[in-house]
Ligand binder design. Structure first.
Ligand code: ADP
Ligand code: MG
Length: 613
């Protein structure tokens, strides 16, 4: 048979199966065919560039290495053309008629694993060249190889069992794919639709992509260039483009690694934390690329949850373009990427914290909450994350912070635990009743201002084998202070605490003399250490109409307080008045502890007391 007459071929059985799935799939994001065909064009151009290095005799050697996309709304066609390496007749048969190549094979394997036709798999894999049949009634591939003595051919098929190949005169080097679109896919014959798709998936393809007069991909894949060639403005411009951002990035990490995986990554931290400003939870937004072609804009498992504030790009040539999140092997790859990138990012933050203290602290103010989340929940990275946490403390100035390591370096010989207090702000912790005992003994206390801190500190539990301990928990043991003269004796204290318990009744579980008080007359402790004031408030807001669990209060009194001495004296002379005062002392202590829930009885009592003035 002469080569000029069309010759008919049957697709290989596996391709038939694949086409059947592709054509009948209900997969909605058909637009990925653009990504697949453009990435094939880019591969073909890349191969040509390689060939040019070693070969002299290349057909049409002067042609631009670019990709041209054009649409025709009337004819309902889309055309994607490249001047790449092209295909000979045999290559057309081999490449487009058999399942020798990687992508589609992986797809079919997954179908076999997963059983039924799975529409989703198409999006996750891409089905390479055959995705053209998702949108096309007929597909024509005009191709001419780079080899001088080869002529051009046109391959055509409607996606049913067979295809035809015919010689085609006057073709330029490379490949031109013309898709005649199905009735319901006419939208892909519009430049505006295609432009949008190209910008999303193919923005960083190395070769210029032309759509009409537009050069679609003007931003280069910055992450693949070497650091010292890149200007600050280029980074900023890239960040704004890639992350759809309007601010300048606060931090930037650009790195590459060869082992265990080839990775090029360019990561950014924005100026501000939108979650903190009350916007919705951030979605992972470091995009995954394979050799400049986007695989997934928001891959879920590429980074740990707590790194969801990071923007940018991770590119690994070790990933198959048609990666799936489903198969075990690919999941292992993503896990490996995750490990490497997280480690690098933590190392980066550690360096920032060490070398650019001011900048790190600014970053921490905005994004520290994510590090806390990680420290509390991500067991794998907990140890590194704890080191990155910062707190104000009783020894820092307002607004200045300390790390746990620095705290530990200031601990005295006898101190075994790391103390912290949770409160809405510095002033309220400093004026509260708990701090004075620690101050009097030169013990540093970390100040925690955020609602999650309680949870974080309980989960983190220890640092440098020292327990983290809430300074207001009832089992803190403090050394004795010198007893001043002239205050309540041991015997008097015993009588007073007994009398107070009787007088206050059910309102307190226990009354005892305290070592932790210096100036305040008394202090209320929550005997239920898990039911902190913060926790209680949370429970209340969740269970508005339910019964309150009764508070369990331990009242500690200060034996050195003049007021306590007065109550003691009064308890003998005027028990009724002493009772009012005792009640008021308890309420004051509850207020300080954030535990007073109903102020009405207090107001009544206060009036009674005032009447006696
Ligand atoms: P993959 O890209 O994973 O190999 P595809 O189904 O996308 O799978 O493509 C199949 C094969 O067809 C490619 O490997 C390549 O050899 C050939 N091919 C596809 N498009 C072109 C093109 N524009 N130029 C040259 N060869 C191409
Ligand atoms: Mg491909």
């Amino acid at each position: 048979m002469s080569k000029t007459t069309p010759q008919k071929f049957e697709f290989q059985a596996e391709i038939k199966q694949l086409l059947d799935i592709v054509i009948h799939s209900l997969y909605t994001e058909k637009e990925i065919f653009v990504r697949e065909l453009v990435s094939n064009a880019s591969d073909a151009l890349e191969k040509l560039r390689h060939t040019q290095i070693t070969e002299q005799d290349i057909h049409d050697d002067k042609l631009e290495l670019e990709i041209t996309v054009s649409t025709d709304e009337k004819a309902k066609t889309i055309t994607i053309q490249d001047h790449g390496i092209g295909m000979t007749r045999d290559e057309l048969v081999e490449n487009l008629g058999t399942i020798a190549h990687s992508g589609s094979k992986a797809f079919l394997n997954a179908i076999k694993e997963g059983g039924a036709k799975n529409d989703n798999l198409i999006g996750q894999f891409g089905v390479g060249f055959y995705s053209a049949f998702m949108v096309g009634d007929s597909v024509k591939v005009y191709s001419r190889s780079w080899k001088k003595d080869e002529v051009g051919h046109v391959w055509s098929s409607d996606g049913s069992g067979s295809y035809e190949i015919e010689e085609s005169a006057d073709l330029q080097r490379g490949t031109k794919i013309v898709i005649t679109l199905k009735e319901d896919c006419a939208e892909y014959a519009k430049d505006s639709t295609i432009k949008d798709i190209l910008e999303r998936y193919s923005a960083f393809v190395s070769f210029p992509i032309k759509l009409g007069d537009d050069h679609v991909n003007t931003v280069t894949a910055l992450w693949l260039r070497s650091k010292n060639e890149i200007k600050e403005e280029e980074y900023t411009e890239f960040y704004k483009f890639q992350s759809h951002a309007h601010d300048d990035p606060r931090l930037r990490l650009h790195f590459s690694a060869d082992a265990p995986l080839a990775i090029n990554a360019l990561l950014f931290v924005p100026q501000s934390n939108s979650e903190k400003m009350g916007f919705s939870r951030l979605e992972p937004s470091v995009s995954l690329y394979c050799r400049k072609v986007m695989i997934d804009a928001k891959p879920k498992d590429l980074l740990p949850e707590w790194l969801r504030f990071v923007k940018g790009v991770v590119d690994s040539e070790d990933l198959p373009l048609n990666i799936s999140r489903e198969t075990m092997q690919d999941k292992a790859l993503i896990d490996k990427l995750n490990k490497v990138i997280t480690k690098r990012f933590l190392k980066f933050l550690e360096n920032e914290a060490k070398n650019r203290v001011e900048g790190y602290n600014e970053f921490y103010k905005e994004f520290g909450i994510f590090l806390k989340e990680g420290a509390a929940m991500d067991f794998n990275h907990k140890d590194q994350l704890i080191k990155l946490l910062r707190f104000e403390s009783s020894l820092t100035e307002k607004g200045k912070t300390t790390s746990l390591a620095d705290y530990v370096s200031r601990m005295g010989e006898e101190q075994k635990e790391i103390y912290y207090l949770v409160g809405p702000n510095r002033a309220s912790i400093e004026s509260g009743p708990y701090l004075e005992a620690f101050k009097a003994r030169n013990l540093e206390v970390l100040f925690c201002y955020e609602a999650v801190d309680e949870y974080v500190m309980t989960n983190v539990r220890e640092f440098d084998s020292k327990n983290l301990k809430a300074a207001n928990s009832s089992d803190v043991e403090l050394s004795d202070l010198d007893q001043p003269e002239g205050k309540l004796s041991k015997n008097e204290i015993e009588k007073l605490t007994k009398w107070l318990k009787e007088t206050l009744g059910d309102r307190v579980q226990e009354v005892k003399s305290s070592t932790r008080l210096v100036d305040s007359p008394a202090l209320a402790l929550n005997a239920d250490q898990f039911m902190t004031p913060q926790m209680r408030q949370m429970m209340k807001s969740m269970n508005k109409d339910g019964e309150d669990t009764p508070l369990k209060i331990n009242l500690e009194i200060n034996p050195r307080s003049a007021l306590m001495k007065r109550v003691y004296d009064l308890s003998g002379a005027d028990p009724e008045k002493a009772g009012l005062v005792a009640g008021q002392i308890l309420d004051n202590a509850l207020i300080s502890a954030g535990l007073l829930e109903d102020a009405t009885p207090m107001v009544q009592r206060m009036y009674k007391l005032l009447e006696q003035v």
